[in-house]
Design a protein around this ligand. Structure first.
Ligand SMILES: Cc1ncc(COP(=O)(O)O)c(C=O)c1O
Length: 423
């Protein structure tokens, strides 16, 4: 691994290999105001997304759990887990993005303001008659596709969903159960995205992808603004739990849309006094980490199969909008092996003391596993010190999914697959 890293040209002393957890401080960090504009994630923009989400009959803020016993055990002031397994009955946060992007697209198409199109209006027969038949297309490891399929079904529209090779059959069936046409391809995530974009252009479908590149930014921006609802809920919920705001936020990343949205929101809200943000990836798909190591401001790409249990994080090409936010305002980038995610699933599913039980899937749990590693392995002490993690730290984590593949969940949590015991 270090060989690979050195070829990207970073100063070697910035990298500390820890088993296969690696970390790098962000050497591109900017003062607020000197970096990329965070205007897209300003609270007024996020308030629009949230106002739309509030019109859903199933809308409820997801719980924010304060895991006091875990915090005490790990030697920090507080651990707060935003539990997105409760979002819209879909077991993951993703529908926040797809639904808002589709709504913004339709409002634009109808030449109306989204204010006038709350969910009951948007799903009404009158609007359907005006819209006719529209097909939304995407690529997904599961969660985004299910969210888009769910949105399309509610709007009486069609969805076509492609999945990368190796995707879970259970997740495929969940997407089909929402009425979408869905297939598992023999391509990796990023190649499947390119194929879907081409098919959408060929067939006149609306391509709703949760990643972005030069020239494809509008829909991904709406998706990211939709994710902002989560962060906005957190800023209301933390004071209710006795903490003003987090001192540290750990955000897991695939393409970095979710992480970039949370980063953009907190940077815009708290500016110079924003929490420290730590971007966490699967080591098989650590494109943002590699980009941070290269430290020349340009995103790096990881190819190949990216076989990790963290299916939601198995993306090798950064989202451009997300990358800009993370590059300019995040403090550290970390690459984690599967065992860390498995450890997090076990910790959250088997709470200490009176802590709430949190069912967390592979991509949801990695940050909790990492926090455990920070507390237990001296080889991470330099990283811990660099972040100033101590007994007064109030740490925010996002459980971005529940057991979205329940068979796999039980294999890991019940049967001990992917052992996280010390070696
Ligand atoms: C459960 C879960 N967590 C995190 C992510 C990462 O989101 P992003 O690809 O925007 O980085 C995903 C993406 O699919 C996901 O499904």
């Amino acid at each position: 691994m270090s060989k690979q890293i050195i070829t990207t040209g970073q100063a070697p002393e910035e990298i500390v290999p820890y088993a296969r957890i690696e970390w790098v401080k962000n050497r591109m960090l900017k003062e607020y105001g000197e970096g990329t504009s965070t205007a897209l994630f300003h609270k007024t923009e996020i308030a629009k997304a949230r106002a739309f989400h509030r019109t859903f009959p199933d809308y409820r803020p997801t719980p924010l759990h304060s895991l006091k016993s875990l915090a005490k055990t790990l030697g920090v002031g507080g651990i707060y887990v935003k539990d997105e397994s409760h979002r819209f009955g879909l077991n993951a946060f993703k529908a926040l993005g797809g639904s808002y992007a589709v709504a913004r697209y339709l409002a634009q198409h109808l030449n109306r303001d989204l204010n006038e199109l709350p969910f009951p209006v948007l799903t009404s027969p009158e609007i359907k008659a005006q819209l006719g038949e529209i097909t939304f297309a995407t690529t997904t490891d599961g969660n985004h596709g299910r969210g888009l399929a769910w949105t399309s079904r509610q709007l009486k529209q069609k969805a076509v969903v492609y999945m990368p090779k190796g995707s879970s059959l259970y997740r495929l069936e969940k997407i089909r159960a929402e009425g979408a046409e869905a297939w598992i391809t023999d391509l990796n995530y990023d190649d499947a995205v390119r194929m879907t974009a081409a098919k959408a252009a060929e067939n006149g479908w609306v391509f709703v992808q949760d990643t972005s590149w030069e020239g494809y930014e509008e829909i991904p921006t709406w998706i990211m603004q939709g994710y902002g609802t989560m962060a906005a809920e957190v800023t209301e919920q933390m004071p209710e739990l006795g903490a003003d705001k987090p001192t540290h936020v750990f955000v897991q990343a695939g393409v970095g849309a979710f992480a970039g949205a949370v980063q953009g929101y907190f940077a815009s809200l708290f500016r110079g006094s924003r929490p420290q943000t730590i971007v966490v990836e699967a080591n098989k798909a650590a494109c943002l980490f590699r980009s941070a190591v290269a430290a020349d401001g340009k995103p790096r790409v990881v190819g190949g199969d990216m076989d990790t249990i963290m299916a939601g994080l198995a993306c090798g090409e950064p989202n451009l909008i997300g990358w800009r936010m993370l590059r300019d305002y995040s403090d550290m980038f970390i690459s984690c092996p599967d065992e860390i995610a498995a450890k997090g699933m076990r910790i959250l599913g088997n709470p200490l003391g009176r802590d709430s039980k949190v069912i967390s899937g592979e991509s949801g749990a990695v940050t909790t596993g990492l926090l455990w590693a920070f507390a237990h392995d001296e080889r991470l002490s330099e990283a811990r010190a660099a972040l100033g993690l101590h007994e007064n730290s109030h740490i925010l984590l996002f459980n971005t999914e529940g057991d979205t593949d329940p068979v796999k969940y039980r294999k890991i949590v019940w049967d001990g697959e992917i052992s996280s015991a010390a070696r």
